[in-house]
Design a protein around this ligand. Structure first.
Ligand code: GLU
Length: 451
């Protein structure tokens, strides 16, 4: 990776030398540092106090053994992690991912992204991420419970409502958060907002479940309006994934007048030319924990299932909302999106577009809403859950949803303003990186260097 600034080059090369195997982490750092070229050029203090060199190194990484007993009485062992990346502007905040692909590179990339995302929300939350290579797929409820309890037995030593507040991510939803919360309470004997995404009966916030997907659509709608004088109305929409983010993005995109024609999982995708029937998807995914393959027979709406994931990007649409996982759109898939005449790609999952894909969107003039801005609605609403827990009150759905809309609109405008200040008019990616960075960098500068 080549930078104009010698300082950025030095920081990046040093990181690459130390962590050559952490591909996803290096990709995430490279993407942010590229955007910071003009900021570093204008602000010599960043180099003098080595703010970037400090920013790319997590404050703390916790790695632990998670032993648990499966339904056959066999002792299983998984690896558990918590990356406490940056606490300059608030307690570490970010989800837990349970997926067999989880390793330190993935969690460091997610934790690094989370710093800027959380800063963009305008709320006082630092950046962190954690998880395990445990795969909840195919496990019984009891096995998931036992795993969560063992995971929390160690994690409880490192988190707290004012220290580090985990939440869900891939493989961690309401069920897992419930088991994790129960165990935390058992161990610590305190009822605090130590996790978000909790159930509504024990301190969860209304609209938290919907927040990432809804927020993604609020962001997209506002950015389309501001930059393209356009909207969801009358547009066809391709969504990948069929988890929590995808489901509520589908609902809101439809409410805003779009027609969502695809959804997918890690095996394949469905094309429904007349529009996805969301109640059928919800039944399959949320109630039965089934596969998207079952959709056509259940919906009986003329839809078709196709094996393989990347084919979904060949489906012609106006707006693309990747909501599955990292690096799901490579350069080739992005070329298909461009050839389909897309007007916008806004990211619901974290880092779904490879650097090559982003280059394709930009060459073609497609409006690109990067994940750390477009999917910040989830963690923003987590911060609202923390506020409600602290004041021991709960707000109405409408109150939370209204705040979420305001936050997403602000992110669009703050990104546009930051990009304009550095001569990159209309670039939502550079703007998000700069706006997210500025607040954290100022806080780090203000708080000094530890000797
Ligand atoms: N995992 C989500 C994210 O990527 C939410 C994190 C949270 O609510 O703390 O932002």
């Amino acid at each position: 990776m080549k930078f104009k600034s010698n300082y950025l080059q030095e920081v990046y090369d040093g990181l690459e030398k130390h962590y050559p195997e952490q591909k996803e982490f290096l990709e995430a750092v490279g993407e942010v540092l590229m955007s910071l070229e003009p900021v570093v050029a204008k602000n010599p203090k960043l180099e003098e106090d080595n703010v970037i060199g400090r920013l790319v190194e997590p404050e703390r990484v916790i790695l632990f053994r998670v032993p648990w007993i499966d339904d056959n009485g066999k002792v299983q062992v998984n690896r558990g992690y918590r990356v406490q990346f940056n606490s300059a502007i608030g307690p570490y905040k970010g989800g837990l991912r349970f997926h067999p692909t989880v390793n330190l590179s993935i969690l460091k990339f997610l934790g690094f992204e989370q710093i800027f995302k959380n800063s963009l929300t305008g709320l006082p939350i630092g950046g962190g991420k954690g998880g395990s290579d445990f795969d909840p797929k195919g496990k019984s409820d009891r096995e998931v419970m036992k795993f969560c309890q063992s995971f929390m037995t160690e994690l409880a030593k490192h988190i707290g409502a004012d220290t580090d507040v985990p939440a869900g991510d891939i493989g961690v939803g309401g069920r897992e958060i419930g088991y994790l919360y129960g165990q935390y309470k058992r161990i610590r004997n305190e009822f605090t907002g130590v996790l978000t995404g909790k159930g509504l009966t024990y301190g969860g916030s209304l609209a938290r479940t919907e927040a990432t997907g809804f927020g993604l659509c609020y962001y997209t709608e506002e950015a389309l309006k501001t930059l393209k004088n356009d909207s969801f109305k009358g547009k066809t929409v391709v969504i990948s994934g069929s988890g929590n983010v995808a489901i509520y993005a589908c609902q809101k995109a439809t409410e805003l007048g779009g027609k969502v024609i695809t959804m997918s999982d890690s095996n394949g995708y469905v094309v429904a030319p007349n529009g996805i029937k969301l109640d059928v998807v919800k039944q399959i995914k949320e109630v039965e924990r089934g596969r998207i393959k079952e959709y056509p027979a259940r919906a009986n709406d003329g839809s078709e299932y196709h094996e393989g994931c990347s084919g979904v990007w060949g489906t012609k649409a106006d707006i693309y909302l990747p909501c599955a996982t990292q690096n799901e759109i490579d350069g080739e898939s992005a070329k298909k999106i461009v050839a389909n005449g897309a007007i916008a790609v806004c990211e619901g999952s974290n880092m779904p577009s490879t650097p090559e894909a982003i280059e394709e969107y930009k060459k073609a003039g497609i409006m690109f809403g990067p994940a750390k801005a477009a999917n910040a609605g989830g963690v923003a609403t987590s911060a609202l859950e923390m506020s409600q827990n602290s004041e021991r009150l709960s707000w109405t759905f409408e109150e939370v949803d209204e705040k979420l809309q305001g936050i997403m609109k602000n992110i669009v405008h703050n990104s546009i303003d930051a990009a304009a200040r550095y001569g990159c008019d209309g670039d939502l990616q550079i703007g998000a990186n700069i706006a997210g960075f500025e607040k954290v960098a100022n806080a780090m500068l203000a708080q000094g260097i530890a000797y």
